[in-house]
Design a binder for this molecule. Structure first.
Ligand SMILES: Nc1ncnc2c1ncn2[C@@H]1O[C@H](COP(=O)(O)OP(=O)(O)O)[C@@H](O)[C@H]1O
Ligand SMILES: [Mg+2]
Length: 249
């Protein structure tokens, strides 16, 4: 589905990514786990085309990122902050992705927006403004907006950071449910090993800058997972060991 080959990127003199290659296969949930400043957001910005490629290639469903418009139709993105427009109601926020292409919203698009709101259980709040929603609801609204165009790949950049533990764990379950319900492939950036172990099929562990892939760890047990099983805990120990290892040089 997503194929990244030999991706390197620098901001001026700052070497950020240093030869990153990996694939995400259809229906997978892959987590990118890396320390702060390792270039996780930069990587997602490259995949969404917000940053231009300096070195390497990115393909999505066999479409090169060079074919911008075609490529973008296959992507949905959720950032760390929900990035909602405060002067727009829930449904107006969810309709935004359609407006970037066309001026006029069709009835069919409105129905899709209502469906997306139903999926995240916010249809009763379709005429509410973001300030009238709780933190968790705002994040769910951002998810509905990413899903409304029915993309193949959902990109999540630390989408649950800043939420309290209960809301965060509820939303982890909610995202797994949405993924299943809508047949999405998910690439999920996080700095939280426990989150990665709870949601991912595979975990890609990044080094510090200049960033390489340290290890790709498969998580082999099925869903729903227990956060406190001995499997989860020993995997967490393994991942923390890799995560904290300093590179030799
Ligand atoms: N627009 C930018 N211009 C210059 N440096 C940047 C820019 N955006 C990010 N950086 C730097 O690139 C590195 C990687 O940033 P980022 O991708 O945000 O890391 P992460 O998301 O893993 O925390 C950081 O050192 C950051 O300071
Ligand atoms: Mg980031």
């Amino acid at each position: 589905m997503l194929s990244i080959k030999d991706l390197s990127f620098r901001y001026g003199k700052l070497d950020v990514l240093n030869g990153i290659s990996f694939d995400v296969f259809k229906d997978e949930t892959v987590c990118i786990l890396g320390p702060s400043g390792s270039g996780k957001t930069t990587l997602l910005r490259l995949i969404t085309g917000l940053e231009s490629i300096q070195n390497g290639t990115i393909e999505l469903s066999d479409i090169s990122i060079e074919e911008k418009n075609l490529y973008k139709q296959h992507l949905g993105v959720v950032f760390q902050e929900p990035r909602l427009l405060p002067w727009r109601t829930s449904i107006e926020n969810v309709l935004l992705p359609f407006e970037l292409n066309e001026k006029k919203i069709s009835d069919e698009q409105k129905e899709k927006a209502i469906e997306a709101l139903k999926l995240v259980k916010l249809d009763d709040f379709k005429d509410s403004y973001p300030r009238e929603l709780s933190g968790g609801m705002q994040h769910r609204l951002a998810l509905a907006r990413a899903l409304v165009t029915d993309p193949d790949l959902l990109l999540l950049d630390e989408p649950l950071t800043g939420l309290d533990v209960n809301t965060k764990e509820e939303l982890q379950d909610e995202i797994l449910y949405l993924k299943k319900e809508t047949n999405k492939t998910v690439l999920w950036v996080t700095h939280d090993p426990q989150e990665a172990i709870y949601v991912a099929d595979r975990i890609i562990i990044l080094s510090e800058r200049p960033t390489v892939i340290k290890e790709i760890v498969p998580v082999e047990y099925g869903y729903p997972r227990s956060r406190l099983s001995s499997d989860s805990i020993s995997l967490e120990q393994h991942i923390r060991t890799i995560f904290n290892e300093k590179e030799d040089n």
